[in-house]
Design a protein around this ligand. Structure first.
Ligand code: CAA
Length: 381
């Protein structure tokens, strides 16, 4: 077992840290306050190669591994969780399935601009009545001559209002259950695609999400992703990887809460000394740091397993379950450490508290992660 990052991994981490601290952090409060999509930061992430980190260079990506992806995601999410999730969705939920299931022509046409950041992607699985129960898809795809006609509504689609391309899931054979689900690559400019009003959210307010309405949308067979009826496995295996990205986002939020708390506790004085010297506060900081490290190890292990082409679904679910819990706990403790200052928007920790919550919900709630983990256990894995 070797815990030493490679020189390449350290270089990616340093580049991400410099970008996050120098360019992202100074804007994070404003992005949150204004509910603003940080287009200029997305452009910079494209220039730095962060929108297709693990995609081979041949298809416009950076050709790094998933450990590097986790290291970069933590740094960027530590500065701004909204910017982090924009990056995560494009990498994990859009580039990854097109890389794994797309034809070479699809990779040339769609993956290359997505991984290089010329286009931005979204992933449309959830529906008003299909969130945790992802197989209950109501969006229909009906074969029509050489192509397909699609009708339906997708919900809470991260990047939806700003995406150029969507990895879309539909039901083409209801009787077949999850084996009737089919995936497509949907150019968002296709006639019949309409994006709803951006969701008004508790946290990650710079990450635009919305409904997507699909009304008589016509797609050719060249936009089928994988096989007819193979969509559910594409969605599930994609989410396995996505959960590593969200675990890394949660890690970034948790670290922001800890770093801000340590700095505050060293300068805020009560009863004649900095509050960091009161054991009540010092122990909170110690617990936060320990739990963050444990979450980081789980997340890096899942990424390493993916890089090693070993099974990682259970470990990715464990990483997301634990890291999202740690992020919420760390943000809650940070507010307690800041006291009254933690409760006002002048200080950053109330933002961390609001941003942390979503990590227990999207890409599978904590309850779904427990379901996934326990189903591996019941199979003796
Ligand atoms: N990889 C490949 N195949 C998988 C798989 C995986 N990880 N997990 C399940 N499958 C396969 C199974 O092997 C099975 O195949 P067979 O029939 O051939 O044996 C098939 O899929 C059905 O499996 P299940 O019976 O376990 O499926 P289920 O309907 O009971 O659902 C679930 C399982 C884990 C609850 C699943 O529905 C799930 O993950 N739900 C949560 C959905 C989710 O995470 N949504 C997030 C939306 S995206 C998002 O949030 C993005 C964003 O905005 C940032």
């Amino acid at each position: 077992m070797n815990f030493t990052p490679t020189e390449e991994q350290l270089a990616v981490q340093q580049t991400a840290r410099d970008f996050a601290q120098g360019e992202v952090l100074p804007k994070a409060a404003e992005i949150d306050r204004e509910h603003r999509h940080p287009a200029e930061l997305v452009k910079r992430m494209a220039e730095l190669g962060f929108l297709g980190i693990a995609v081979p260079e041949q298809y416009g990506g950076s050709g790094f591994d998933h450990v590097s992806y986790v290291l970069a995601m933590e740094e960027i999410s530590r500065a701004c969780a909204s910017t982090g999730v924009i990056m995560s969705v494009n990498n994990s939920l859009v580039c990854d399935p097109i890389y794994r299931f797309g034809t070479d022509a699809q990779k040339q046409e769609w993956l290359t601009p997505l991984a290089s950041g010329r286009l931005l992607g979204c992933f449309a699985l959830s529906e008003p009545e299909a969130g945790s129960d992802a197989a209950a898809q109501k969006t229909t795809a009906v074969k029509n001559g050489d192509g397909w006609v699609i009708q339906g509504t997708k919900n809470w689609i991260t990047n939806g209002p700003v995406a150029d391309v969507c990895v879309l899931f539909t039901m083409n054979d209801k009787a077949a259950g999850h084996k009737g689900i089919t995936a497509f690559i949907l150019p968002m400019k296709t006639k019949g695609v309409r994006v709803g009003t951006p969701d008004d959210k508790l946290g990650i307010r710079g990450s635009k999400s919305s409904q997507i309405f699909l009304d008589d949308v016509r797609l050719g067979n060249e936009l089928l992703l994988g096989e007819v009826g193979g969509g559910f496995k594409i969605a599930m295996s994609t989410l396995d990887g996505g959960r590593i990205g969200i675990a890394a986002q949660a890690l970034g939020i948790a670290r922001a809460a800890l770093d801000d708390s340590v700095a505050y506790a060293q300068q805020r004085r009560t009863f004649g000394k900095p509050i960091a010297q009161h054991q009540a506060i010092a122990f909170k900081l110690a617990d936060m740091a320990t739990e963050i490290d444990a979450a980081r190890l789980l997340t890096l292990r899942a990424a390493w397993l993916k890089d090693s082409k070993l099974p990682y679904g259970k470990e990715a679910a464990m990483a997301k379950l634990y890291a999202s819990d740690v992020a919420n706990k760390a943000a809650r403790e940070a507010i307690q450490i800041f006291g009254g200052n933690g409760y006002v928007t002048e200080y950053p920790v109330e933002r961390h508290f609001r941003d942390a919550k979503i990590t227990e919900i999207y890409e599978g709630t904590s309850e779904i992660q427990r379901l996934v983990i326990s189903s591996y256990l019941s199979k003796g894995q």
